[in-house]
Design a binder for this molecule. Structure first.
Ligand code: CUA
Length: 339
């Protein structure tokens, strides 16, 4: 799909026109000064050329006024570029809290995607128009990069950590999805399509893909088979590990006085490298699950932990998430049970 300017990809997200505006501004400033300087250069070359071989040029005295002028003007212009760019950057890289989440795993050389409702896709992403979509991305092998030119958005997909990207599509259609990080022999073939659909069409598509297990349900299954529950009981029974109810999104106190926000990266680290951050009041006894769970399974476990009451869906709403100050009754119980 092309827009009316052949060199510019289609514009189909809420911030694509903002990126374009900034781009045109940068290009405009560049073109303006290139022309201005070229014209002045040519004019001065002719106007002040040496007219006779014995001509001695007039000495030039400095001018504070001129110096100030050509320092202040470029400074102001470059600050508008910085301010505008920074504002756009923060808007793009801070996903809104109410977005629909889609998990993305990159590997040589394909994209594996899964919706929170369970539907899986390979090299294709179906999304409804006019809704905020958040991609939670990681890689199974090397660094890849999700690039959707029509949405003017792009982010690295890095092994061992989660990166996010969000967009809101404004126009139904089919758009390119590229890998924008050289990742080996078939990098150029690591492409896909984003299908933006009307809400009703998208619902049809979703219901046509029933029978899928949601990541959260698969995670719950895994939680049982891996024996997580024997230490991380729902109500702190077992007592060997902190309960995971209401954990997600909360600030968690650690041994040594620091604290950490329980996000995707923290949970993943705790599964693969449990000794890295020990929750206050607990012993470093958890074994690593490195090599026993795939990226997909880690995502499922995270989805399950997120789905537990008190997670991001309703921060602070669950009694488990309440601080002792808010719920004096709970403060009597061992803090291990809550944290
Ligand atoms: Cu994956 Cu390039």
């Amino acid at each position: 799909m092309q827009s009316w300017i052949p060199l510019i990809p289609d514009s189909a997200s809420t911030f694509s026109w903002k990126v374009d505006a900034l781009y045109f501004y940068l290009s405009g400033v560049t073109v303006f000064f290139t022309l201005l300087i070229s014209a002045v250069l040519i004019f001065f070359t002719i106007r002040y050329r040496r007219r006779s071989p014995y001509e001695i040029p007039r000495p030039i005295a400095g001018s504070h006024k001129l110096e100030t002028l050509w320092t202040v003007i470029p400074f102001v212009i470059s600050m508008t570029m910085f301010g505008w760019g920074a504002q756009l950057y923060f808007e793009q890289y801070k996903p809104p809290p109410n977005a629909i989440e889609v998990y993305v795993v990159g590997k040589q050389w394909m994209w594996k995607l899964q919706h929170a409702t369970g539907q899986r896709e390979i090299n294709e992403l179906h999304v409804p128009v006019g809704r905020k979509i958040k991609l939670i991305m990681t890689s199974e092998d090397v660094i890849h990069d999700v690039f959707i030119p029509a949405f003017r958005t792009k982010a690295d997909v890095v092994p061992g950590r989660y990166t996010t990207l969000w967009f809101e599509a404004t126009k139904p259609g089919k758009y390119h999805l590229f890998c924008a990080e050289y990742c080996g022999m078939n990098h150029s073939g690591m492409t896909g399509s984003v299908y933006v659909m009307e809400a009703r069409e998208f619902d049809n598509w979703l219901s046509g893909n029933v029978g899928n297990v949601t990541p959260a349900a698969a995670g719950q299954q895994l939680y049982q088979t891996l024996g997580c529950a024997s230490c991380h009981g729902a109500n702190g029974e077992g007592g060997r590990g902190p309960t995971l109810v209401g954990l997600f999104g909360r600030q968690t106190p650690l041994e040594g006085g620091q604290s950490v926000r329980a996000d995707e990266a923290y949970i993943k680290e705790s599964i693969l490298n449990p000794q890295a951050k020990i929750v206050a009041g607990f012993q470093p006894i958890m074994p690593t699950f490195q090599g026993q769970v795939s990226e997909d399974q880690i995502i499922q476990l995270i989805a399950f932990i997120k789905s537990l009451p008190g997670g991001t869906a309703s921060p602070g709403a669950s009694p488990a998430a309440g601080t002792p100050a808010q719920s004096p009754a709970a403060s009597g119980s061992p803090t291990q049970n809550i944290r």
